[in-house]
Write a protein that binds this ligand. Structure first.
Ligand code: NI
Length: 174
């Protein structure tokens, strides 16, 4: 029988770890590989298509993405120490986040991006994404910089959203 993968609890706003810049990953060992597997499983368990390390309480520059949601193993992407090196066009679409349950809003993002990152072995690679994948790259890399998507809303929408969350917290519904 396969070893059971640890499922991590998802950290929710306003946990301060979500506003911190994650630390660069320097060691590419078996522990990191295990962590990556745990992150994929934790993401699937939470019905997400992207999960960043700060969202499981680890302030590190690591994110996993699968916009196919388990349908295509080739679409499982691990980005370590990633940076966006090219941006093209723009799209204004709805976005959500596992750290902000049931909050959705339209966010302006580049339509196409190129990302440079390291894999679990520490090898550098480049990957391009369009539309949903481009959005996932930008959303997840934002997490590594301590930025949540609500920070990218208009001042008014952001204030309304935060007020709504505060009310939910007060009522014990968050
Ligand atoms: Ni998110």
């Amino acid at each position: 029988m396969a070893k059971k993968t640890k499922i991590h609890e998802i950290v929710k706003y306003p946990d301060p770890i979500l506003s911190k810049r994650g630390e660069e990953i320097m060691v590419f060992d078996d522990e990191l590989k295990t962590l990556v597997e745990e992150m994929f499983e934790s993401m699937y368990e939470a019905h997400g298509i992207g999960l960043a390390a700060p969202q499981i309480g680890l302030s590190k520059r690591l994110t996993v993405i699968d916009v196919s949601f388990k349908k295509n193993p080739e679409e499982k992407i691990v980005l370590i120490n990633p940076e966006i090196i090219e941006r093209e066009g723009s799209l204004y679409e709805e976005e959500g986040c596992l750290s902000l349950p049931d909050i959705r809003d339209k966010v302006k993002r580049a339509a196409k991006v190129k990302v440079r990152a390291q894999n679990v072995k520490g090898e550098w690679f480049e990957i391009e994404g369009e539309e949903l994948l481009a959005r996932a790259f930008q959303h997840e890399i934002d997490h590594l910089d301590g930025i949540l998507f609500i920070e990218r809303l208009s001042r008014l929408k952001k204030d309304l959203t935060i007020r709504k969350i505060k009310k939910l917290i007060k009522n014990g519904e968050w």
